[in-house]
Design a protein around this ligand. Sequence first.
Ligand SMILES: C[S@@+](CC[C@H](N)C(=O)[O-])C[C@H]1O[C@@H](n2cnc3c(N)ncnc32)[C@H](O)[C@@H]1O
Length: 325
Amino acid sequence: MYSSNCCRGACRVLRESRVKCPINVSVSLRTMSPRPLASWTFVKLTGSAAGPRVQAARTVWSSSVDPAELRKFQAVSSRWWDLQGGCAALHAMNELRVPFIRDNLLNVHSVRSLGKPLAGLRILDVGCGGGLLTEPLGRLGAAVVGVDPVEDSVRIAELHASHDPELQKCVKYRACTLEDLAHEEEEGFDAVLASEVLEHLADLDTFIHCCHHVLKPGGSLFITTINRTQLSYVLGIVLAEWLLRIIPSGTHDWDKFITPVELERLLESSGFSVESLRGMLYNPASGAWTWQRSTSVTYALHALKQREEQLDHTHSEGEESAHPP
Ligand SMILES: C[S@@+](CC[C@H](N)C(=O)[O-])C[C@H]1O[C@@H](n2cnc3c(N)ncnc32)[C@H](O)[C@@H]1O
């Protein structure tokens, strides 16, 4: 199934490509997005006297998956719900990230249902692992889809949720990548979550682009991730992995960390506006996270997918400032 966006993209591809004869299949670089992307749109053409016609178009995203990263999560997939194990810090992070997501969503959407404040919202939790973040958002009333490429993690998430009848109706899991889902998703999500996922990807551009694709206009993207600083190396790798062994050694690769400036730049050039950015820090002695002014180690970000009229405005502003009178 192809979204209207894909078809619009295909038409644009056709306009911009120099198709001389009505051949069967053409492959062209995709140009429909707010910024160029390393993905391909396969356009099927049929010929007639009036010229070529688009019969079908399918965007093939390049993969965000780093197989070496997935092997790490495969190896620990049975331990997601061990509160004392390597995921203890992720469990504790819910104290900050769940209210961060809930409150920002309530600011954007005027949904208020007693006891179930997120009722009526569709949320996608990408890289959901064992469902540590998926479940509490389901309990707040949202319809949450958790996806993860590691099948064993998804089975654990399903098993864990099956013990709570309240979750049966609102939480669903799928073993797939975001790119797979981006091909199918037509309705659009109100929010996409990528918590502690960005630092494990092979292709961040594709990932952000797919987040944009599966969101409704005005929808929310929530990210938590690790900054690339000397301090994050000392605290996140040397202390957390090597000395205290809070998380398994080798979990993180410092080169994959992303600074807030880099992330904001990528998001804004991909059709998002960044609404909120907050630093977070984990205290291994207390096992608790606290909000920080500094984003030098870990941070949480909320961005909105810009509506078309906002994008047009941004572009025309950009053009104006590039060509002053
Ligand atoms: C540190 S865990 C975070 C799990 C969960 N988001 C949480 O905070 O509890 C990172 C997760 O990202 C998943 N992951 C790795 N590469 C991914 C990709 N390309 N697309 C989606 N998920 C990915 C891993 O399988 C793993 O479950």
